[in-house]
Design a protein. Structure first.
Length: 67
């Protein structure tokens, strides 16, 4: 599992993903990317609207531990 370019493919709606702008990373539930004056936004796990500047890559969450 590796980073996926946002320009190549976007996550499914409501999918929990790891997102990055090349500097910061976060675990967010995907609601959509949209432009604003700072870059692009995505809804986080708590459904609060937050922004991560210039979201460029994402990846699915790994499988949870089994033990």
């Amino acid at each position: 599992m590796g980073w996926i370019k946002r320009s190549d493919h976007e996550p499914k709606h409501n999918q929990a993903v790891i997102v990055s702008d090349g500097t910061d990373v976060g675990v967010w539930r995907f609601r959509g990317f949209w432009p604003d004056h700072n870059g692009n936004g995505c809804s986080n796990q708590n459904s609060a609207t937050e922004l991560l500047r210039e979201v460029s890559h994402w990846m699915p969450l790994p499988e949870p531990p089994t033990e």
